[in-house]
Design a protein around this ligand. Sequence first.
Ligand code: GAR
Length: 208
Amino acid sequence: MVRIGVLVSGGGTNLQAIIDNIKSGYISSGEIAAVVSSKEGAFALERAKNAGIPGKVIARKSFPSEDEYEEEMIRHFKSYNVELIVLAGFMTILSGKFINAYKNRIINVHPALIPSFCGDGFYGLKVHEAALAKGVKVTGATVHFVTEETDAGPIILQKAVDVEDDDTPEILQKRVMEQAEWKILPEAVKLFTEGRLEVRDNKVWRKK
Ligand code: GAR
């Protein structure tokens, strides 16, 4: 079993999608060992509790420096023998220390088709506001490995979603979650935990 650590900041619907896909047996080679929230009171922590998963708040602002913050995060996940980190709606930018400790072992879900609407400042609802402002007819979600450049790491999976004329950011966000994120994030976790992902030349190759 691959032990998974999930980082969250909000509602935790992507965390729930992983929990549900482990429960159903779709993900059969991984288990969530620990959930860490960047915020007190995040509903994601309730979801972890309901699933019997240990949850903890580790907030950047509680530490004098980024180094000390990331050292604590690494220490926490190592104490649970975590081998894969999943960023599931996690809104704190991670730096080299944490990323190098889990090189090619951190995956993130982003609510757009990278390289569109991504990078610094594009998170949560802002991504969908930007997509609607541009008038794109298709958007979607991307799951990728995390590198030091925001949203620029090797792409694991993408799924397209139609934009409708009368969409609001909230309606579009919900459609992208339902049709794309909650499907491709568990699929990427399944592929990783089955040892079927290989990173070569900054690209991801899927083994059959
Ligand atoms: C999701 O749409 C996720 O893709 C996005 O935040 C939302 C969190 O929802 N993440 C980012 O924007 C990261 N850059 P959730 O807490 O219900 O999973």
